[in-house]
Design a binder for this molecule. Structure first.
Ligand code: ZN
Length: 145
């Protein structure tokens, strides 16, 4: 792990601003990673198509919490369809699919998890929160119809 990576990871895993409970969340989605013991729950509040607030609770390793927190920073204030775009880009990156450079930039700090894509045990930690968000986005899509 390079220095910048561990520094940002540490910063995010210590930062508690997204680690809280929000009132009246629209969606609550729990994610569990048995291989590491991560058990995190994403809370998301929508106003129409906009993610007005998001947070998470639970317990997990530094990677899972940092990734969840970075993801929340990225999608808060975004429209659902734009959040879905970010999530798709992240999964493509982790699965080594081709991604436009411009889209990778849109991942911000989440780009750092790219270095974990060859560490199967850690991929689950890094993608846990993103799986929760994907489930929520799919649910909200179905709710629209
Ligand atoms: Zn973990």
């Amino acid at each position: 792990m390079n220095n910048m990576y561990s520094q940002i990871m540490l910063e995010h895993s210590k930062n508690k601003k997204n680690f809280r409970e929000i009132e009246n969340p629209t969606y609550i989605e729990r994610g569990h990673n048995p291989s590491c013991g991560d058990d995190l729950t994403l809370l998301l509040k929508l106003d129409g198509q906009i993610i007005v607030d998001a947070s998470f609770i639970g317990f997990g390793c530094a990677i899972s919490k940092a990734s969840m927190s970075i993801m929340i920073d990225l999608v808060k204030g975004k429209e659902l369809k734009n959040a879905l775009d970010v999530v798709d880009t992240f999964f493509k990156m982790m699965h080594e699919e081709e991604v436009e450079e411009e889209k990778l930039y849109s991942l911000g700090d989440a780009y750092l998890f790219e270095s974990l894509k060859n560490v199967p045990a850690r991929i689950k930690c890094a993608t846990l929160g993103w799986h929760c968000l994907k489930v929520v986005l799919d649910k909200s899509k179905n709710a629209e119809v």
